[in-house]
Write a protein that binds this ligand. Structure first.
Ligand SMILES: C[S@@+](CC[C@H](N)C(=O)[O-])C[C@H]1O[C@@H](n2cnc3c(N)ncnc32)[C@H](O)[C@@H]1O
Ligand code: SF4
Length: 398
């Protein structure tokens, strides 16, 4: 436990909080194959994808959301999926163009595209870079061929390494994702793999513990006893080891699953965790927009073709579009903010939620080492608190 506390003290320097931060998330809902563990809104279309239709519909939804919140200055754009690297660079350029027609995009905006190692080549990377993408997030998942196969991935470790190398030469910034606590993975195996990954990493890594998501093929295998994932105690060891190795190598956690060198944090994801505004564009995308001091929640239709039909008929695909009560907004802010090493401002929480923290409840959680105060102004979860975050948030918000 001591090690975990020590490593957490070496958190990366904060990225200054910009009160006007505004992110735009664009969802590309297609993949070449569906991975058996994944429950993201991603679909396979063997007959091909009408990219022009989806690009036009995305541009249309961007314009429609911008009409509700004009005059924002975009600080980040994130093209996620699905597998956005299945898009041609021309389609990515058309999407980015639609965003800059709708809002002013800051000169230093972070523009990220998610890519799979198997669906990308140097040519495409250069095309994305020419379109304006300045950060790539690669889904490496593992550096072990047998495990990549078991995860249903279409790439091998050599392709992943090549994609990281090419990505680093083309983009100013690069991050990649790994999934750990995989079936049959050992702690020593993970240590070696993580050290290997850090040696080839740039300044940002996303390290996710495998989650068995309901209604996935992995959930069925797990229920049938055919997937030997680590037990809860072992999971805590995987997590502690991950914190220790990343911190010792200059990539400490700034969020539960995200690690960066000082200043290299994902600005876009910070926008979510700091509970600032973002537009959600594309099938199944969520948005949070403040209008006249009230936070609105939006979500678009998930099914890609139904979403496109709606956009073509009405200009947008929103199926949820509602104001949040102060209590709901406060709960969301807490859930997001406690994911961050920097925690959340108690004053801002009280202003958003309209209610003070319950001092007795907080005192109890302090005593149990679940939360801590930063300079009397911010509240953050300790590493022990991160391990049980949902319960912690439920307790504070109750
Ligand atoms: C939306 S996916 C998109 C990235 C890209 N399509 C890919 O898979 O490489 C984002 C990341 O979520 C992580 N992920 C997806 N399903 C997961 C699960 N069940 N458990 C843990 N991590 C998961 C993977 O690391 C993945 O790279
Ligand atoms: S490629 Fe990524 S988004 Fe697509 S199914 Fe696999 S994990 Fe999910």
């Amino acid at each position: 436990m001591t090690d975990r506390h020590t490593s957490q003290e070496a958190g990366p320097a904060e990225v200054a909080q910009d009160a006007t931060a505004f992110g735009v998330y664009v969802h590309w809902p297609f993949c070449a194959a569906k991975c058996p563990y994944c429950d993201f809104n991603s679909h396979v279309r063997h007959g091909g994808i009408d990219e022009a239709r989806f690009a036009a519909a995305l541009a249309c939804e961007i314009a429609s959301i911008a009409a509700r919140v004009p005059n924002r200055r975009v600080s980040s754009i994130f093209v996620g999926g699905g597998t956005p690297s299945l898009m041609t660079p021309q389609t990515v350029a058309a999407i980015l163009d639609a965003v800059s027609k709708a809002w002013h995009v800051n000169d230093d905006a972070e523009i990220t595209l998610e890519a799979n190692p198997s669906s990308v080549e140097t040519d495409r990377f250069r095309g994305y870079r020419a379109a304006g993408v300045n950060r790539v997030s690669l889904g490496v998942q593992s550096l072990n061929d047998a495990d990549l196969k078991a995860l249903g991935r279409l790439h091998n470790a050599a392709q992943a390494r090549a994609a990281v190398e090419i990505g680093r030469s083309v983009f100013p910034r690069l991050s990649f994702d790994l999934i750990y606590a995989r079936p049959d993975q050992t702690l020593n195996g993970w240590r070696a793999e993580l050290e290997d990954a850090i040696a080839m990493a740039a300044d940002h890594l996303s390290l996710y513990q495998l989650t068995i998501e309901p209604d996935t093929p992995y959930a069925a295998l797990h229920a049938a006893g055919k997937l030997a994932v680590p037990e809860p105690d072992a999971l805590a060891d995987f997590y502690a080891l991950t914190q220790e190795i990343t911190a010792a190598n200059g990539l400490p956690a700034y969020e539960i699953s995200n690690h960066a060198a000082p200043g290299a944090q994902s600005r876009h994801n910070l926008t979510y965790w700091r509970y600032q505004d973002y537009a959600g564009i594309g099938p199944g995308a969520h948005g949070r927009l403040t209008v006249d001091g009230v936070k609105w929640a939006t979500m678009s239709e998930k099914h890609p073709e139904n979403w496109a039909d709606r956009v073509e008929a009405t200009g947008h695909g929103l199926i949820v579009d509602e104001p949040l009560s102060r209590e709901e907004a406060g709960d969301e802010m807490l859930l997001m903010g406690l994911r961050l090493r920097e925690g959340l401002s108690t004053r801002r929480y009280e202003a958003v939620s309209g209610r003070p923290f319950d001092p007795k409840r907080l005192a109890d959680l302090f005593t149990h080492g679940m939360i801590e105060s930063v300079a009397g102004e911010r509240l953050r979860a300790t590493p022990a608190g991160w391990m049980v975050l949902d319960a912690l948030v439920a307790d504070i918000a109750a």
